[in-house]
Design a protein around this ligand. Structure first.
Ligand code: CA
Length: 223
């Protein structure tokens, strides 16, 4: 998923960004309500983020206020609040302001990743934890991909690209959309990176799985 991480604590933010990237997410990290506003709210419906991980206590405002404004503007981006505020009334206020989930610090990275996967399943309207495309089966919850029953070893980026395509079944994603799914702002991108990952995925999962729509992009097809 492409994530917006809003966290002013330098050590925690850095650890979260690293951990989330290791799980295959593209992460953009901002440290203030103002920067979060610019990244998330200014873009309107063109928000590139699949989810927002939101701290509440920020140097220039509260995450709760930011969340309320986002929902007032009709932005439906899923939000997980990650905060030190552990009172029941804080949790209720967060959920009522439009958060989809709420975690109290110190948080466990594996649990955050699991909650993001659960969020992704809910948003995708997929009750089933599996995506089946012919002989290829993708399990986002466990990051497990099999082909004809045999486990396939994918790198984090290959998996991220595959999940970006799988998240929108039948839809064609452009090169820009795939780059957006794979990289944060501060990451440099090799010009042929997407082609390289597609090549590896086709080699590992079968060439027919990923269809090229010339001039438009790529989509997954069940062979
Ligand atoms: Ca904070």
């Amino acid at each position: 998923m492409r994530l917006l991480l809003v966290e002013d604590d330098a050590m925690l933010g850095s650890a979260l960004r690293t951990g989330l990237r290791q799980d295959g997410h593209a992460v953009d990290w901002v440290r203030s309500a103002g920067d979060a506003d610019t990244a998330w709210l200014v873009g309107g419906d063109d928000v590139p983020f699949d989810a927002v991980v939101l701290d509440l206590g920020l140097p220039d405002g509260t995450g709760l206020n930011l969340l309320s404004r986002a929902r007032q503007r009709g932005l439906v981006t899923p939000v997980i609040i990650v905060t030190a505020r552990d009172r029941v009334s804080d949790r209720i206020a967060g959920l009522d302001a439009g958060a989809d989930d709420y975690m109290v610090k110190p948080i466990d990275l594996d649990e955050l990743n699991a909650r993001l996967r659960a969020l992704e399943r809910r948003v995708g309207g997929r009750a089933a934890p599996q995506i089946v495309l012919g002989e290829v089966v993708i399990e986002p919850a466990t990051r497990r991909v099999t082909r004809a029953g045999a486990a396939v070893d994918l790198t984090a980026r290959e998996l991220a690209l595959l999940l970006a395509l799988a998240r929108r079944p039948g839809a064609t994603l452009s090169r820009a959309q795939l780059v957006e799914a794979l990289y944060g702002w501060d990451e440099s991108i090799e010009s042929n990176a997407v082609d390289v990952y597609l090549h590896h995925l086709r080699r590992k999962l079968g060439a027919a799985l990923i269809e090229t729509q010339r001039g438009l992009g790529w989509r997954l097809v069940a062979p």
